[in-house]
Design a protein around this ligand. Sequence first.
Ligand code: ATP
Length: 364
Amino acid sequence: MANIELRGITKIFDKKVRAVNDVSLTIADQEFMVLLGPSGCGKTTLMRMIAGLEYPEAGRIVIGGGDVTDLPPRKRNISMVFQSYAVFPHLTVFDNIAFGLKMNKTGKAEIVRRTEEAAELVQLSPYLERYSAQLSGGQRQRVAVARAIVMEPAVLLMDEPLSNLDALLRLNFRAELKRLVAELKTTTIYVTHDQVEAMSLGDRIAVMRDGKIVQCGTPMEVYERPATEFIGGFIGSPPMNFLKVRLERVDGELRAMLGSHGLPAPAMLADHADRDLLLGIRAENIEATPVDGVASQDGLVSKTLVVELLGAQMLVTGEIDGQGIKVLVRADAPIKPGVDLLLHPELDKLRWFDAESRNEIVVS
Ligand code: ATP
């Protein structure tokens, strides 16, 4: 059992940079947790504290029920894979993978068995006698992963392990990594600033900003119900649309108005009447039809600025009363720049945010 509990972890550099600020998080045994956030938000620092490479100013780290905060890295039963491959070029693939086992004075037969097994898992068996200098970037990164898993750690920590690979290799290796980790059943923490990687790999994603975890949930939860405007904008491509609307009562019904048009708003928002709100909606949750003649009062009218063919879909960039909006439509939709569109967002997909705090107003 290697669940991980972070209890109120804080790290301050040079007495002023609060890199990690009172972070608490529980990661279940065998869970794949992704730490996601923009550059400088504290992901690596949090990871290094779990590994024992940094010491927190406050808080405790508990792994498998035991407090490891004061233990050195080698006593934590943890393996790490870094962004740079950190593979020894003058050693063969076999010796690279076996390195930790040799340091631990593991028996020779066991070293051979475990090293061959780990090489098999990362599909490097044919390369065991090669020197690492003779490998491609992707192969070297697989050596680094094999070297970590051969130790059979309770916890696997990975810090942007794919970021040095080219796009195609990244895509393939991502799938391999997913299969591998599922097979290993090791508790894994994975740091990335790539939201696609986070969505594809994580059982859960902890989104970080300015040293804090601002939301933690399954990829779908974080994607569909971002807790703040920042999260909705950071996760998803294109990012979630945010429109500034005015909540008004029209004929006794609450409506979110944008210019002369509007959408029905849930009655539970009644307390926010006559105030500005931010309306969040994903590009794929909007139905768009060209406006013919007089526009109906329901829906929003957007002027099409740009259309981009993405393959199966088309991304339409438009403008509603000076505010930008992106809509995903079928690739063959009859939409061209200059065309006015009537937009009907799926009402149950609308998310409402406070215009001041930029936090979601939970209405259901
Ligand atoms: P990236 O994705 O760019 O690696 P990150 O989210 O991993 O970013 P960290 O590397 O954890 O961010 O850094 C968090 C903050 O702490 C940053 O402001 C960084 O400049 C600062 N920081 C990190 N390490 C040190 C250090 N050794 N000394 C001083 N400040 C540091």
